[in-house]
Design a protein around this ligand. Structure first.
Ligand code: CO8
Length: 288
């Protein structure tokens, strides 16, 4: 069965979307996608971020639809493991939707409560595997890291470029990247906004394996199928226990990160950085 996650209302003040469905769900998933006759993978769901014209940028609507879809799979009983990927071959997700963020302020982010969707995503009990082709930047990298493991295509790139927009990671990047690859490497990526390629991500321990680009989704589905065949209560408990290993100060870290991220939306550099992106020009930083 293939279904579109139900659309939700657009946020007040956001530009009207050309279409309202940004997430596709196939359960049971089919693998390999190119094989005939197709074989289905019982208990495996393939969730696709479906906004390729914007490199699957994570608008608030897309994130709400994703959380709705994952929550339904988590509660539904049929699904045992989830693969998340991006439509097209250029991006897993190129980050938060910069056009949507550009006009935000500290107060609008705090009062809008649209970032709470990240807490819903983090609360999913089923194992989630990110199959990353192309860019996983900013919120896209954060979404991949929120998954339980990452399969990288050999054309994948990962990074937290928010600093180049006058802000900083705001959906877990400072916490999960540091936990995944260590302080020194995380500092270099976050403070410079540089990206790393798939082999480097594997060497850093950010991804579990690198495969040829065309094989990334199938490789992730194959892992998901193996997990789906295992006892679901144990799988859920094991996932929770592994996450608990890092959980000591993660909540406090995320809260501090979000507050700091929101505050940056009251700065001139945020306005300049995002306006420059939209205008396709180099930003001029004022430090204010
Ligand atoms: N938001 C909105 N639109 C985007 C985004 C984005 N993040 N990324 C790409 N697009 C759009 C482009 O504007 C363009 O649209 P159009 O054709 O209408 O001009 C289309 O996608 C294709 O992009 P490009 O033409 O730029 O493609 P290139 O191949 O030249 O470049 C890049 C690809 C390098 C990936 C480039 O698009 C880029 O730098 N994108 C922005 C990457 C970035 O800075 N990401 C971080 C965003 S901030 C963030 O994620 C904060 C996270 C906070 C938490 C999340 C809360 C929701």
């Amino acid at each position: 069965m293939t279904m579109a996650a139900p659309p939700r209302d657009a946020p007040t003040g956001s530009p009207p979307a050309a279409r309202t469905t940004f997430v596709r769900v196939a359960i049971p998933a089919t693998a390999p996608a190119s094989a005939a006759p197709a074989t289905t993978l019982p208990g495996v769901a393939l969730v696709t971020l479906d906004r390729p014209e914007a490199l699957n940028a994570l608008s608030f609507d897309l994130l709400d639809q994703l959380a709705d879809a994952l929550s339904a799979l988590d509660a539904g009983g049929e699904c045992r493991a989830i693969v998340i990927t991006g439509a097209g071959n250029r991006a897993f997700a190129a980050g938060a939707d910069i056009r949507e963020l550009a006009s935000q302020t500290y107060a609008s982010l705090r009062d809008g409560r649209r970032f709470e969707v990240w807490d819903r995503l983090a609360a999913i009990g089923l194992p989630m595997i990110a199959a990353v082709r192309g860019v996983a930047l900013g919120g896209g990298c954060e979404l991949a890291m929120l998954c339980d493991l990452i399969v990288a295509a050999d054309d994948a790139t990962f990074g937290q470029p928010e600093i180049k927009l006058g802000v900083m990671p705001g959906a877990g990047g400072t916490q999960r990247l540091t936990r995944a690859i260590g302080k020194a490497r995380a500092m270099e990526l976050i403070l410079t906004g540089a990206s790393i390629d798939a082999p480097t991500a594997a060497r850093y321990g950010l991804v579990s394996r690198v495969v040829p680009a065309e094989a990334a989704v199938d490789a992730a589905l194959e892992i998901a199928a193996r997990i789906a065949a295992l006892p679901p209560l144990a799988v859920r408990a094991a996932k929770a226990a592994v996450l608990a290993a890092d959980d000591g100060s993660l909540a406090a870290g995320l809260a501090a990160e979000r507050e700091a991220f929101f505050r940056l939306f009251d700065t001139q550099d945020q306005a300049e950085g995002m306006a420059a992106f939209t205008d396709k020009r180099s930003p001029t930083w004022s430090g204010r």
